[in-house]
Design a protein around this ligand. Structure first.
Ligand code: CJB
Length: 828
């Protein structure tokens, strides 16, 4: 290496070349120098770590070049603030994005390594609960691929989402230990850390210009330390940054306390600081009131904004153009404290006046809403704020005071509306409505699918929409075809590339349209079916090893995989299964398409009904799978521990994708897109993005059933009486009764009572109301599957018409309509 300590081009080529020999050499080097091992004695983890370092090394030069170019060109940068990033395994994804999967495989073969076992050894970072966190990860992939300068900011949870194991049919949670064997993808930055205060009080003072100012004297300060992960774009030189914050005590020991003999107290303070980033809250829709969760939110928001301010001051020397430099996207309300924190930093730390600070804040922030569920709309008690964030409370009061004056003028003396729109909810104790704070403090507000945005505008944010119609946008969600086709379903990726003539579709998913012309081609259909059957066989083998039950790949694989929640209605599918079981028992010759029902998903640990639904799936499976009379016709299996990695096994193998939420409840859904891209047909309600998926793939290629959102609303407004539905439908009644009878619970008639009683007497998600329509629709599915050419054609058309649901399209929408950012290309 020369004096400037920068590797020459030649050194870099031999050190980080992409050819097979360079990969082999680097791999053995890394194994030796970073793991202290040679091939004969290396553990699987050593082999994986060496592979990860070898791949990471190949991203570093591009990463540095990206950062340097973004800085030199002073590029406008997206800052995606999210409490969750559900990344999934890195290794194979990075190989695909670097375009060296085949080379790496060949290098591995020459070294006599088991490539699949090495890929399999990676423990995924489960830093998210479900859709919202995975969406953030897809968006990071697309931002890099579209060459848009971006930083993802979040929390480096030591424990991510729990691992799910099934014990006696019940979900049991195990702590996630993703960091146990080390994380080769991150680079710790011990010197890059920021102080974050909590508690204490505020005081007024007069600055040197005679102006009255506020300062906050927190009673506790923690540090947030940066851990950086490179996010590689596909087929480009751009590598963006994911920066996650870990909380630490400012000093590992409080020496003063130590000196007076309070050793325990000193260590305790350190532990308390570290608690903040210790664990992800395992609810996919937030639960109210947990002080630690508010601390987590403030912690990562403050670190992230301080970091942006540092970057801008380094570059521009002033914060006057902060909002021109950064487009800050708030992923749901979890980071909405950014509005108050940016105001505080600009005014209290950088001595800006209110008007200027507000102008910057309102133009920097943008807000995405991801749910209309009332229980998920975050509020925090004023009391908690007083205790933890007294300065922010003052700022929020002032934002609200000014905002409500605007409301009064705009809606001329409509005090009822003022109360509805206020950031402070005065109705049940005083609470801060985080969605209102985010909406007031943002330049744009968006929903995540057309229907969801319409409902947002007509219900929970209606007043805001009336006041600022131009602020509201729809950006329909999307998913990355790199991870969800190329990485998860390489056979399908190869077939598509062959059929399309090239692999441009991976960068421009609309190219899949070319497949349409060949949808009737029996040659392609046969290959298509082979690919699907092979994926089903892989999944069957995996399930066999994990659950002891190996499904038959010749049966229709009917899959519902997502968080377990009553609004998603896994129990609607269960009622159908029980009904089918009865049909076969009563008439063994009944004409049915043999099916395997596969469920997957985690329940929030404190959500009793969701856990009971998991138990019911397993209980029904146990009885049905052991009944020789229905073998070959009906099977039910629960895939344990649904996460990104296991999802990648499911999407390619599904024939039918269940998207059966009560209309109006699922904001978008993204699993629906992953299944459909992989050629599964959807049975679904007109909810979330299903509406748009159906419009894209064609109404004939989608199995639609159930009440629409307005019909749901009407049914509920009229006074929905589920017991009337139950008594009015013989088949439905007998399915519910069979569950209650104890048949699936070894005679215990109490076990599933909470579920059956809830359905009969309350049924908040209209399961019973949609039952008959669902069963009828499933009959159509049955018939369609028995006509293989027809089915294959529909399957091909589903994939062919999924262009709209690439996250590249979503990011393009955000870039053009919301952020106003342009690509900064870095050559590969
Ligand atoms: N969502 O995963 C979450 N967590 C929340 O707290 C709120 C919403 C989901 O976000 C996804 C991404 O936008 C949506 O597709 C999904 O419908 C929604 O439930």
């Amino acid at each position: 290496m020369n004096d400037t300590a920068k590797p020459t081009a030649e050194q870099q080529r031999t050190r980080t070349g992409l050819d097979k020999d360079a990969l082999k050499r680097a791999y053995l080097d890394n194994l030796f120098y970073l793991r202290g091992r040679f091939l004969e004695v290396a553990t699987t983890n050593d082999l994986y770590m060496a592979a990860a370092y070898t791949v990471r090394d190949r991203m570093l030069a591009r990463w540095i070049k990206s950062a340097q170019t973004y800085k030199d060109t002073n590029a406008r940068t997206v800052c995606y603030l999210s409490a969750e990033f559900l990344l999934g395994p890195h290794l194979l994804n990075n190989l695909v994005n670097l375009g060296i999967t085949d080379t790496a495989r060949a290098a591995g073969e020459e070294l006599e390594l088991d490539f699949e076992a090495i890929v399999e050894a990676e423990e995924e970072p489960g830093l998210g609960n479900g859709g919202l966190g995975r969406l953030a990860a897809c968006y990071m992939d697309s931002l890099a691929t579209l060459q848009i300068p971006a930083i993802g900011y979040g929390i480096r949870y030591e424990f991510g989402i729990f691992d799910q194991v099934i014990v006696d049919g019940w979900q049991s949670e195990r702590g996630d230990t993703w960091l146990k064997s080390g994380n080769p993808w991150e680079i710790p930055r011990p010197k890059l850390s920021f102080p974050v205060g909590f508690g204490g009080h505020t005081e007024q003072y007069t600055d040197e210009h005679g102006a009255l100012r506020m300062r906050w004297l927190p009673s506790m300060v923690v540090n947030g330390m940066a851990y950086d992960t490179p996010i590689m774009g596909y087929g480009v030189g751009n590598v963006n940054l994911l920066r996650l914050w870990k909380s630490e005590a400012p000093e590992s020991f409080d020496f003063q306390a130590f000196n007076v003999g309070d050793y325990y107290g000193a260590v305790h303070a350190k532990m308390e600081a570290e608690t903040i980033s210790k664990v992800l809250y395992p609810n996919d829709e937030p639960e109210a009131g947990k002080a630690l969760r508010l601390k987590q939110q403030y912690f990562f928001v403050s670190c992230s904004l301080q970091d942006m301010i540092r970057l801008e001051l380094n570059n521009a020397g002033t914060l006057a153009h902060f909002h021109e430099k950064f487009a800050v996207q708030l992923n749901d309300t979890h980071p909405s404290l950014a509005v108050a924190e940016l105001m505080r930093l600009l005014m209290d730390e950088y001595l800006m006046d209110w008007t200027r600070a507000w102008e910057i804040t309102r133009n920097a922030c943008h807000f995405t809403n991801h749910t209309l569920l009332p229980e998920a709309l975050e509020t925090w008690s004023v009391h908690l704020f007083e205790r933890l964030l007294p300065r922010h409370l003052q700022i929020i009061y002032e934002i609200n005071r000014r905002f409500l004056d605007e409301v009064r003028v705009h809606f001329f003396a409509d005090e009822a509306r003022v109360a509805r729109m206020s950031i402070i909810d005065e109705s049940f104790g005083r609470r801060i409505r985080m969605a209102h704070l985010a909406a007031v403090g943002s330049k744009a507000v968006n929903g995540v699918a057309a229907l969801h945005t319409d409902l947002l505008k007509s219900t929970v944010m209606h007043d805001f929409y009336e006041m600022w119609p131009e602020k509201f946008h729809n950006v329909t969600n999307g998913v990355t075809p790199r991870r969800f086709i190329a990485v998860s379903n390489p056979r399908l990726a190869r077939l598509i590339t062959e059929a399309c003539g090239d692999d441009r579709w991976l960068r421009d998913l609309a190219c899949l349209k070319q497949l349409e012309e060949q949808a009737e081609d029996h040659g392609l259909q046969a290959q298509w079916r082979q690919v699907k059957t092979a994926a089903k066989q892989d999944l069957a083998n995996w399930l066999g090893e994990r659950t002891g039950f190996t499904p038959d790949p010749q049966t229709l694989f009917d899959v519902q995989a997502k968080r377990i929640h009553e609004y998603k209605r896994q129990h609607l599918s269960l009622l159908h299964i029980v009904w089918l079981y009865e049909q076969i028992k009563q008439n063994p010759n009944v004409e049915l398409t043999p099916r395997t029902f596969i469920f997957g998903g985690k329940a929030a640990p404190g959500y009793f009904m969701a856990k009971l639904i998991i138990k019911l799936v397993n209980a029904v499976g146990e009885v049905i799978n052991n009944d020789p009379q229905v073998s070959g016709m009906l099977r039910v299996v629960f895939m344990p521990d649904f996460n990104v990695k296991n999802g990648q096994r499911l999407y390619p193998a599904a024939d039918l994708s269940e998207q059966i939420s009560m209309a109006g409840k699922e904001a978008s859904g993204t699993g629906n897109m992953k299944f459909s891209m992989n050629g599964a047909l959807t049975i679904g309600t007109l909810d979330g993005a299903n509406v748009e998926i159906r419009d894209e793939v064609g109404h004939d290629n989608f199995f639609l059933f159930g009440l629409t959102a307005p019909e749901v609303h009407q049914r509920q407004a009229e006074g929905y009486r589920p017991w009337e539905v139950y008594h009015g439908n013989e088949q439905l009644k007998s399915a519910v009764d069979l569950i209650a009878s104890g048949l699936f619970s070894h005679g215990d008639t109490e076990l599933f009572r909470p579920l059956t009683d809830n359905l009969i007497h309350s049924d908040p998600f209209l399961v019973l109301a949609d039952f008959q329509a669902y069963v009828d629709c499933q009959r159509q599915v049955d018939r369609a599957y028995r006509a293989p050419h027809h089915w294959d054609r529909m399957s091909i058309l589903n994939t062919a018409r999924m262009g709209k649901f690439s996250s590249d399209r979503s990011i393009q929408d955000y870039a053009e309509r919301i952020w106003g950012v342009a690509p900064v290309p870095i050559e590969a």
